[in-house]
Design a protein around this ligand. Structure first.
Ligand code: ACO
Length: 541
């Protein structure tokens, strides 16, 4: 039947159609708040009755208990033991009544003793249980995901040893995945995949997940969320931390069609963008491939979550043949149909190891082909008080330069060059020095030069060097010019001049004499530089 009729007003991702043939077993034939199709408990099939309104957005703590309510404390076959109808997989409100505080305790044993309810240990391994699920619902599994019984490509740890130690550190993706994997291994985090199997702890988690969905998907009718999360054709992969549900994905495996439909996906607000969503999706893919035998996922992604799905390998192009999925999945208004192929081999829950090893292999290959990984000792580049190197180093003496393929004829990066190819470096340097010397003299003789002739004395201006971190003055520049070693390009000299004027305008306000001198002298200097460059046929900038 068309279950859309129960939620005609859902504004976004509302269900607008569903295949009657494939939904019949899965869908509740009435809303979660209705009460039909009850049956008596059998010894193996005890769905806990609840007293809470599970369609509300309350936390688990607020789920009220109806201690002593009908059926709550006995496992007799009375009519009050309302549970789920096996044949129709119906889920109804009655089946969720009298969820006692005993169940909310973590006291599984006590709860089991009181209710004779089937309790599974939290850390049970992945185990496909006998199907309680509809014909396409796959197996009813209540399973921590990624445990040993899930087949996966296991990469031997020894393999890392073939690689050298100087490896690139992980990218963000790997770092997040690895950190969450460590949390899992330490038992602080777990990923489980389960459905409505009547196990107390599982029901608590499913309700926790329902609450996350209800908050994170506000446009989705709460009744609809409840119905699908609790529907026995659906499964949910959840992240659990300190026994609290951090988030999860509810999906329906269409086993015969080998694809799954993701109905809901959300992470609780304060844990988003920390990698949980990615790890969750990786667990889901591994589980769906290895346990359900699926090859694809389809989902109607909310517009604002499309980016997340793209990062998880989903595309808007649907390659899955239409006859495999059309009529099976639900249409949602305001969502974009997206598909993800599940790789048959990828170790989804250990992608970070795979990526790290691929990186190492590439790094290893680069080392074989180049020597760029060799780190040479640094050069002694001590300078005196005006910044002139104490020891002149020839370019060709720089360690590693020749080894990297440098040759002396590549020494042509200076912006101060002679036009004549035959002019040697010494004469070029001489011309440059003469030009800079003449510019300095012109500035020095200018009436506005007086504030710039000497370095600023910190005794006169105590806070000057707190504000000006790169001081400059005409005397320092003169020493640099006369060393004939410092300014190897005209640009270096011009940079120092610009710094000197910029400092004056940074420290002093525009109405001060210093600021005005800087502006006038700079204007004068610029004119002289232009004139000098134009008159010199040998000098190019
Ligand atoms: C079928 C549906 O249910 S559609 C509705 C999807 N759910 C929602 O929109 C509910 C609100 N959002 C959420 O619950 C979460 O943000 C989720 C489930 C979408 C993502 O879970 P997170 O734990 O935040 O994802 P995770 O931290 O692994 O992020 C993975 C990457 O996706 C990006 N990302 C996460 N959410 C979004 C988003 N809404 N849009 C675009 N990019 C996103 C992250 O920035 C990150 O990128 P990076 O790897 O480049 O750093």
């Amino acid at each position: 039947m068309d279950t859309h009729s129960t939620h005609p007003t859902a504004p976004v991702r509302s269900r607008s159609s569903q295949s009657p043939s494939h939904s019949a077993s899965a869908s509740a034939s009435a809303s979660a708040t209705s009460s039909i199709h009850k049956r008596k408990l059998t010894s193996d099939d005890h769905a806990p009755p609840f007293s809470a309104d599970i369609t509300s957005n309350d936390d688990l703590d607020s789920i009220s208990a109806r201690a002593g309510g009908p059926g709550s404390d006995s496992d007799d076959d009375s009519e009050e033991d309302a549970v789920v109808d096996d044949e129709e997989d119906d889920f109804d409100n009655e089946s969720m009544r009298t969820f006692t505080t005993a169940r909310l305790d973590n006291s599984a044993t006590a709860s089991a003793a009181v209710r004779n309810t089937k309790i599974k240990p939290e850390n049970s391994t992945v185990k496909v249980e006998s199907s309680e699920i509809g014909k396409d619902g796959g197996s009813s599994a209540a399973a921590p995901v990624g445990t040993s019984s899930v087949p996966a490509i296991v990469v031997k740890e020894d393999a890392t040893k073939i690689f050298t130690e100087n490896m690139q550190t992980s990218g963000t993706y790997c770092a997040r995945e690895e950190s969450l994997k460590r949390e899992e291994e330490a038992g602080r985090l777990k990923f489980v995949c389960l459905g409505n199997d009547g196990v107390d702890q599982h029901m608590i988690w499913l309700i926790g997940l329902k609450n996350v969905f209800a908050r994170q998907l506000p446009n989705m009718p709460k009744e609809y969320i409840v119905r699908l999360v609790m529907d026995r054709s659906h499964k949910s992969v959840m992240v659990i931390r300190r026994n609290q549900v951090v988030g999860g994905i509810t999906y329906r495996p269409y086993v015969s069609q080998k694809f799954g439909e993701i109905a809901f996906c959300a992470i609780t607000a304060d844990e988003q963008v920390k990698g949980y969503g990615t790890r969750l999706m990786n667990h889901l893919k591994q589980y769906a491939r290895d346990i359900d035998g699926l090859t694809h996922f389809l989902t109607y992604a909310d517009n604002n979550a499309v980016g997340y799905f793209i990062k998880q390998g989903f595309t808007k192009e649907i390659s899955l043949e239409k006859d495999r999925w059309q009529g099976y999945i639900k249409d949602y208004d305001g969502g974009i149909l997206m598909e993800c192929k599940i790789d048959p081999k990828l170790p989804y829950t250990d992608l970070s190891t795979m990526i790290r090893r691929q990186r190492q292999a590439i790094d290893e290959k680069i080392r074989q082909l180049s020597n760029c990984h060799i780190v040479y000792t640094g050069i002694d580049f001590q300078k005196n008080e005006v910044g002139i190197p104490r020891r002149i180093i020839k370019v060709e003496e720089i360690p590693g330069l020749k080894e990297a393929g440098w040759t002396p004829d590549q020494y042509g990066h200076s912006r101060f060059r002679t036009t004549s190819a035959s002019a040697d470096r010494a004469s070029n340097r001489k011309s440059l020095t003469a030009f800079m010397r003449s510019l300095l003299k012109l500035m020095h003789d200018h009436p506005d030069a007086w504030p710039f002739k000497e370095p600023v004395d910190a005794r006169d201006v105590p806070d000057y060097y707190d504000i000006i971190k790169d001081p400059m003055d005409l005397k320092t520049m003169s020493k640099r010019v006369e060393s004939e070693q410092y300014y190897i390009t005209l640009e270096m000299f011009l940079t120092d001049v610009r710094t000197m004027f910029k400092n004056a305008r940074t420290y002093n306000s525009p109405d001060t004499i210093y600021y005005k001198c800087a502006t006038r002298l700079e204007s004068f200097f610029s004119g002289k530089v232009q004139a000098g460059l134009q008159s010199s046929s040998k000098i190019q900038q």
